[in-house]
Design a protein around this ligand. Sequence first.
Ligand code: FPP
Ligand code: MG
Length: 276
Amino acid sequence: MAITSWIRTFPLMQYLVSWAQEQFMAVLKTGPVPQHIAFVMDGNRRFARRRKLEVREGHSAGFESLSYILEMCYQVGIKVVTVYAFSIENFKRPAVEVDALMEIARTKLLQIIHHGDLADRFGISIRVLGQRSMIPSDVLAAVDKCTEMTKHNTTAILNICFPYTSRDDIATSMREIVELSKEHKVDPSQIDEKMLEQHMFTKDCPPLDILVRTSGVERLSDFMLWQCHQDCTIEFVDCLWPEFEAWRFGAILLKWSRSKSIEYRKSELEQEQKLI
Ligand code: FPP
Ligand code: MG
């Protein structure tokens, strides 16, 4: 059992850990806070294997981890969180695992929108990004209910990429633009990066500030390829997603905030020197 999970089994310790976490978040809020953060929640099956659990249980543990990381994100004031919940490539996994992931998505989506749960508490608009046509009908019904019920929330956004790949996102954007150009609504000479971006699934989101991938694997696996621009920090973390604890995430936020503070201070000094 991870150390903070073990500590939390004692009520007083749980209270103290939560209190310390709240104080830490309050301090973080005083500095620059990322606007948009993305997660590749990798390592659920290895977590299950190491603990002799079913694969499905590994993914369920992954959802628990996601729940408290989302709480931290929205508590600290991050506006948009984008998570890689299901890659188009994941359809190649055994049917029993695909079915389990679909069932987790269906039940958890309905849970998130319950009165008093995550979406309600933080005013989150939930969006599901990817190929709708690949989603089974019962899961699609949950997706539609979830997006419809939360579409008027304006405080924050949760993008659930499901079933998604970046190359499919870019191809879909291109297809839309080609259609518009066939209808003479777009002049092909005007097609540029900005236009491609305006047709992507993340079109109305702020630029991605941080991408986190757990499990020690250092690749993007066809996620946020376009969005990982020069100002995006990529963090590869050497622990499995269900073991991604609050302190690890806190350390990433603190590091990013400090680096931004230094950048802002530098540009302020440059401005001052120009004025002298
Ligand atoms: C990657 O670990 C994880 C996934 C493919 C699924 C992640 C999904 C969840 C945590 C549930 C999310 C649900 C909602 C509604 C947002 P892996 O299976 O590749 O594990 P491995 O790297 O150890 O093989
Ligand atoms: Mg993996």
